[in-house]
Design a protein around this ligand. Sequence first.
Ligand SMILES: [Zn+2]
Length: 309
Amino acid sequence: MFVEELIRVLRIFSDTLKTMKSLDIHDLKAILDITVLLTHKQDLELSKIGEVNIKLHRDLIGKIKTCTIKRDIDIWYASFSVEINDSLPEKTVIKSAVGIDVGINPLVALSNGEKKKPPKYLLQSEHKLAKEQRKLSRKQIGSHNRNKQRIKVAKVHRHIRQQRADFHQNLSKKLVEKYDFIAFEDLKIKNMMRNHHLAKSISDVSWNMLQSFTTYKAEWAGKVVTFVNPKNTSQECSSCGKIVRKILNIKIHQCPYCGLVLDRHVNAAINILNRGMKKVGLGYTDLMPVRGLAQDKPMTQEAHDFSRG
Ligand SMILES: [Zn+2]
C-alpha cells in the first residue's frame, strides 16, 4: 500500500518535471515541496522520505527528460537525465596515449610502467565489511538482531561503493587530463571468456565504473577511449608478440624469445595500448612520449620505456 502510493506520487513528480523546459535549484526545491505536500495529503507514513531536503550534487543544465527515484538503504536519490543542445567538442589531435590494465592489486597498471595500489582507506573498509559479515553469519536467522546486522552490512557496502566511486572519479579525471587516447580491455568480452561458474566479483562493478567515468569525461574533453579484445593480453609478449604462458601468481613477464623482462601488468597494459592504437590506425611515431599521472604520490614506478624489438 505504501509502496503503491509512493510510486503514484513519484510518477506525478516525474511528469511535472517533464513539462518544464529547464530547471534551476529553486524550481527543484519547489517541486519537491509539492511532492511532500501530496504525500502528506495521502496521510502516508513517510518518515523515510519526509522533509525532502535535497542535496544537489551538481547543477541541472538542460531539459529534463526523465527522473528516477532510487532508495539505497536509508538514502533516497533522485537522478535526472537531461537533454543538452551543446554539441560535443571536436576530437583533439592525439599526442599522448595510454593502455590500462585493471586488476585487484595493482588496481591499475599503465603502459608507461606506473601502477596504482588500492588506497589504504578502501582496504580498511573491506576489512570492516568482512568483520561485519562474520558477525552477521553468527546471528540467528529471523531474529531482530540479525536484521539490524544486515542493515549494518549493507551500509558498509554502500560506504565502499561511494569510496570506489570517488576514487574512480578522481582517477578518470586525471587520466583524461593527461592522455588524449586511452585504451581499456573490453570487460564484456572478458566476462564471456571467463568460466561462468566464477562469481562476478565486486571489482568488475568497480571497473565498469572507471571505464564509464573515463568514457564520458573523455567525450566532453574531445578525447578518445577505446576498448580492445582482452584475449591473451597478459600472456602475449608486448615486444615480440609471442605467447609466454604464465599462471596468475607469476608477477613478472619474462620472454624466452626476445629477452623482455617486465612487470606482468605493465606488459598487459602495453598490449592493450598496442591493440587500441592498431584499432584506430595510430602508430608510435604519431605520439609523443608521456609519463604518468601528474599529482599522484603513492605510485611504484617500473620500466618506463616501451621496449620494442
Ligand atoms: Zn618477447
